[in-house]
Ligand binder design. Structure first.
Ligand code: BGC
Length: 347
């Protein structure tokens, strides 16, 4: 049996009320706020039966308003970096906001993560919707998007749906930072990660994919077997230097648009294991390299570099620059429908 409860989270400067929703079944308890349609907590039982919160989040709405780390947020319209913020689509050039130096990142200055989404409670979860007008952050088309969060036993499902009235670029993701040791947090260097990929997309020194798709063989990018995040994190490998840690897109093996396990992770300490499933083609593994202690986490928890990792399912970033990358184009009249599942168990 699933219960969905809501409570007030805070009020924005413009007077708009923001809520916090709790989805709960016998295995999971998930808090999501309509501010950024963001996951604030995921509680799951550890090996001793203790309810353990395995994602980073903030205590107050104000922290989400000023925070720039995308904690748990729905990121869009387009996740990750787009070189110079320039997109060429149907012969038109679109200039997206340049909110990361000269590049565009995560939907711009006021992306999906800074919007208050409309909500609708469902039998198996909750639906968030938002409207993004033609030209917002430079993106073409009036876009209506929906994010469905549902619970099914030990799995949190995230479904992204959208439609547009003009061909546009659309590549949302969820930006949860996991720390499977739980709160209060320590760094994630001893937590194990496995990525279902033989190849990754090479980054240039600005963390933008340069179009090359390289084998993980004999490199620190090889996560085909479980290894602790910290194992090769301080190697001299250029990709790790460029990103200040892991911050790359991996090419999910045997992509055919069906749901498959893209990555797995576990903590020996808590015994909690996470499986990330998706029907998307890429997964950005980011080892929390730019986390800092500027804002505290929930219950005043310390947050610092490498205190959480993200496994962001998405189309390959910077796809418009490279002929060999699948383009995240949503055509007018078509319906976008992609999924991410975070599934938990004990090792
Ligand atoms: C990106 C990082 C970025 C972080 C926060 C991740 O998705 O890959 O480069 O620092 O988001 O914006």
């Amino acid at each position: 049996m699933l219960s969905v409860k809501s409570k007030k989270f805070g009020i924005l400067e413009n007077g708009k009320e923001v809520f916090l929703y709790t989805l709960k079944n016998s295995e999971l308890e998930v808090e999501i706020t309509d501010y950024g349609a963001a996951i604030r907590s995921i509680k799951v039982k550890d090996k001793n039966g203790k309810l353990t919160d395995v994602v980073l989040g903030y205590d107050t709405l104000q922290d989400y308003v000023v925070g720039d780390k995308y904690f748990g947020a729905t990121v869009g319209r387009s996740a990750n970096r787009i070189e110079n913020g320039i997109i060429e689509l149907d012969g038109n050039i679109y200039s997206l906001s340049q909110n990361d130096g000269k590049n565009h990142i995560h939907g711009g200055f006021n992306g999906f993560n800074k919007k208050v989404w409309s909500t609708e409670k469902l039998e198996n979860g909750i639906k968030f919707s938002c409207f993004s007008p033609d030209g917002e952050e430079g993106y073409p088309g009036n876009l209506t998007s929906e994010v469905f969060y549902t619970l099914d036993k030990n799995a949190l499902g995230i479904k992204f749906m959208a439609k547009t009235d003009k061909n546009t670029v659309f590549n949302p993701t969820n930006h949860a930072y996991f720390n499977l040791d739980g709160h209060p947090t320590v760094d994630i260097l001893n937590q194990y990660v496995k990525i279902n990929a033989d190849f990754y997309t090479e980054n240039d020194e600005n963390s933008l994919p340069n179009g090359k798709i390289l084998s993980v063989d004999n490199t620190p990018m090889d996560f085909r077997e479980f290894k602790p995040v910290g194992k090769d994190l301080y190697s001299n490998f250029n990709q790790i230097k460029y990103g200040n840690g892991y911050d790359n897109n991996w090419v999910i093996k045997d992509y055919d648009e069906s749901l498959r396990v893209a990555a797995e992770a576990y903590s020996e300490k808590s015994g909690i294991k996470l499986d990330v499933l998706t029907d998307l083609c890429g997964i950005q593994f980011y080892s929390g390299n730019y986390l800092d202690s500027f804002l505290k986490g929930k219950n005043g928890a310390k947050i610092d570099k490498h205190y959480g990792f993200c496994l962001e399912c998405q189309y390959f970033p910077n796809a418009f620059e490279h002929e060999n990358f699948l383009k995240p184009v949503l055509k007018a009249g078509e319906i976008y429908n992609k999924n991410i599942i975070y599934k938990f168990c004990l090792i």
